[in-house]
Design a protein around this ligand. Structure first.
Ligand code: GLA
Length: 402
């Protein structure tokens, strides 16, 4: 009897209440720009308009970057005392958010905001706890396209429940919004978030260093290698519409050009969301070239959505990352983690690369692949063994096509 009643409920509850997230919004990893890594809470109307303009004029939009996301710091310290709604800070956004969002949309871009599952955001602004449905309606009324949802001031909240509640609230509010979970991997979201959101952070915050931490006392930013090492074992949880997020990009934020190149290449190998975090208005030609490299981006955005992984590591600190691509193509990336140049050799015909998770083999014995060096454009093929020198903290990123 009980199960019949349960079945009846299932049929009667409208599908939009049952289903959690809006599906199909992130069939490839989201690409965009976020204010946090450079500006923290120092954001305002003219900055956003300037970034929107330069996303178009610099070629970022054409390269695939579409979301412009305002991180922490866009709100006033208090909710509206009558309605309980969130209030954009009138000093930073004197025209409110609607006209700003229209401005961004008019440039063919999409717009995102940040909030937090706890009582406050990490920077101390009003959090969403207890206001999930109201805030989701507020975002829908603004017409935003992306929500990053953080995990500060959550006390004893259950992460899966809290993020599921917000996901349902977005769904009920009716405006399709990419839902980005930012609980730093603490509650292993890869195990439960595929139907809740579109991407989930796998680690704490990134910082613009290759190795080690930047220590701020009560919080730390992790360097590239710390973050990359924490992706081990997560490959199987990602795919179209649900991505591991090793955090936003620090390209152009103070590392060397080889380090920025290594950063970007590894994020592409990992099918990571590509959310730039530098001041696009003053980026150097080198930074722009890295962020807009078509071949690298085509690896990241490969429609098959199979995440790459570390295939091997050598005693001299060279690591090999591989990623199977659509139509039997491959991306292959040699990373030199050491402090001096390294000679890299690989005999395509005799050293077999197999991805056991996706059951793919790079079979250079029976197939000749065309090899494109993503950063120099140089072409070769797999008939001859590879032999190249890779500079310290740099990569050799190759795309192998049949
Ligand atoms: C956390 C997040 C960051 C950023 C800040 C904002 O640390 O992980 O990405 O959103 O909060 O306060």
């Amino acid at each position: 009897m009980k199960s019949v009643r349960y079945l009846l409920w299932l049929i009667l509850i409208p599908s939009f209440l049952r289903a959690q997230k809006f599906t199909g919004l992130a069939m490839t990893p989201p690409m965009g720009w976020n204010s946090w890594n450079t500006f923290q809470t120092n954001i305002n109307d003219s900055l956003v308009r300037g970034i929107a303009d330069v996303m178009v004029s610099s070629g970022m939009k054409d390269a695939g970057y579409q979301y412009l996301v305002l991180d922490d710091g866009w709100m006033s310290m208090e909710r509206d005392s009558l309605t309980g709604n969130l209030v954009p800070d009138p000093r930073k956004f004197p025209n409110g958010l609607k006209s700003l969002i229209d401005y961004v949309h008019a440039r063919g871009l999409k717009f995102g905001l940040y909030n937090c599952a706890g009582t406050k955001t990490c920077a101390g602004y009003p959090g969403t706890r207890g206001y999930e449905y109201q805030d989701a309606r507020f975002y829908a009324s603004l017409g935003i396209d992306y929500l990053k949802f953080d995990w500060c001031y959550t006390d004893s909240l259950n992460a899966q429940e809290a993020y599921t509640t917000m996901s349902k609230a977005i769904r009920v509010a009716g405006k399709p919004i990419v839902f980005s979970l930012c609980e730093w991997g603490t509650h292993r979201p890869w195990l439960w978030a595929a139907n809740v959101g579109d991407l989930w952070r796998t680690t704490g915050d990134i910082g613009p260093v290759f190795d080690g931490y930047i220590d701020h006392g009560n919080w730390k930013q992790g360097g590239l290698m710390l973050i990359v090492d924490q992706q081990e074992g997560l490959q199987k949880y990602a795919g179209p519409d649900h991505w591991n997020d090793p955090d936003m990009l620090e390209v152009g934020n103070g590392m060397t050009v080889p380090e920025d190149r290594a950063h970007f290449s590894l994020w592409c190998m990992l099918a990571a969301p590509l959310i730039a975090g530098n001041d696009l208005r003053s980026m150097t030609a080198d930074t722009r070239k890295i962020l807009t490299n078509k071949e690298a981006i085509s690896i990241d955005q490969d429609p098959a959505g199979m995440e790459g992984y570390r295939f091997s590591r050598s005693a001299d600190s060279v690591e090999l990352y591989v990623r199977p691509l659509v139509n039997g193509d491959w991306a292959v990336c040699f990373l030199n983690r050491s402090h001096s140049p390294r000679k890299v050799t690989f005999d395509w015909k005799n050293q077999v690369i197999t991805d056991t998770l996706f059951n793919r083999t790079l079979d250079a014995q029976n197939t000749t692949y065309r090899v494109t060096n993503v950063w120099t454009g140089r072409q070769s093929d797999t008939r001859k063994p590879l032999s190249e020198t890779v500079a310290s903290h740099d990569v050799l990123l190759l795309k192998l096509s049949k």
